[in-house]
Design a protein around this ligand. Structure first.
Ligand code: NAP
Ligand code: GLV
Length: 315
């Protein structure tokens, strides 16, 4: 089978993907896309393995049978006019990525619950300020929006650490130890109770701009937002207004409408915003290559493909 790797990679990243994909799929042919790739190579491609594929890279592939994304979130791919409409699209689902996301979420929750951000802010001022009372984890309610591959691992990790966890999804779900909610009333209940809201929704037409003034007004006063999903879930101006008016306490943001976050953006300097450079859970070629290989083997054997995107739902 012939694989085409198409993405905007740093050279060292490209090298890592080539090494790991060749290790995981020693019997297949791997070609790295580049402008002017000969037509003879393009016509043979069965599987495109993509991460932000450059313009033109998904065109002229008449035998293509699978587009395998190296990203979990596929909103950019779905918006790409060059994405072939009739070819199945699979996204990255890797337990190692879920694990990394759970670590990031736990760090953010512990930092907010135990006031570590305030402690770190106090150090450069030489301020010894043991003011806030210590609370137990079971006194803190966490809301997780999105109960998919990542949300589920995050919810369970926080629950195992003693937090009371509410989680919201589109369809009804059951998850032991977690209070699961769905629908508009479920969302209202979560927002009204959660002291820390973690966003792990996919970016779709229904979830874009979800965190706007109207949502902030439905949140528990003084709650904090941890956005680990996509920047376009948040209306930046509304978030800044909610923080400045004291409606929200703090925001931990890993993702932004424009990445890298532009140097002049107010988030950089806001005293109650923590900026991370989209590192909550990166795709690791060492484990993700096996996920790609699994689907390539399925395609070869005529077995059902895994982690297919529902294009109608947008995730
Ligand atoms: P997933 O498995 O597809 O799960 C999505 C969850 O969101 C599902 O529970 C789904 O409900 C729910 N959902 C979707 N639309 C909804 C709506 N309109 N209302 C309520 N719930 C809705 O996705 P995932 O693998 O967990 O990834 C989530 C997102 O994380 C990705 O799309 C990506 O944007 C982001 N991400 C960020 C990083 C990072 O480093 N910051 C890394 C990886 C991924 P159902 O269960 O009912 O379908
Ligand atoms: C990262 O943000 C991903 O979607 O994999």
């Amino acid at each position: 089978m012939s694989l085409l790797l198409a993405g905007r990679f740093e050279p060292v990243e490209r090298e890592a993907w080539c090494t790991e994909l060749r290790r995981a799929l020693p019997d297949e042919t791997l070609t790295v896309w580049q402008p002017g790739l000969p037509a003879g190579l393009r016509v043979a491609v069965d599987v495109a393995v993509v991460a932000n594929p450059p313009p033109g890279s998904l065109q002229g592939l008449p035998k293509l049978r699978l587009v395998q994304s190296l990203w979990a979130g596929v909103e950019r791919l779905l918006a790409d006019p060059e994405l072939p409409a009739a070819v199945p699209l699979a996204r990255m689902v890797d337990p190692a990525m879920s694990e990394a996301m759970a670590e990031t979420a736990l760090w953010a929750v512990l930092s907010l619950h135990r006031c570590w951000f305030e402690r770190l802010d106090a150090q450069p001022r030489g301020q010894w300020a043991p003011h806030s009372p210590q609370r137990r984890a079971d006194e803190v309610v966490i809301g997780v929006l999105g109960l998919g591959e990542l949300g589920r691992t995050v919810a369970l990790r926080l629950q195992a650490n003693g937090y009371r966890v509410l989680a919201w999804s589109r369809r009804a779900k059951v998850l032991e130890g977690v209070e699961t909610l769905h629908g508009d009333t479920g969302c209202d209940a979560l927002l009204a109770q959660a002291e820390i809201v973690i966003n792990l929704l996919p970016l779709t037409p229904l979830t874009r701009d979800f965190f706007c003034a109207r949502t902030f007004a439905r949140m528990r006063p003084g709650a904090s937002l941890v956005n680990l999903a996509r920047g376009a879930h948040v209306v930046d101006e509304d978030l800044l207004a909610a923080l400045d008016r004291g409606v929200l306490h703090r925001a931990v943001l890993d993702v932004f409408r424009t990445e890298p976050l532009p140097p002049g953006h107010p988030f950089w300097r806001h005293p109650r915003v923590t900026v991370l450079p989209h590192v909550a859970a990166q795709t690791d070629p060492r484990t993700a290559a096996a996920v790609v290989a699994d689907n390539v083997h399925a395609l070869r054997a005529g077995r059902p493909l895994r982690h297919l995107v529902d294009r109608g739902a947008g995730y």
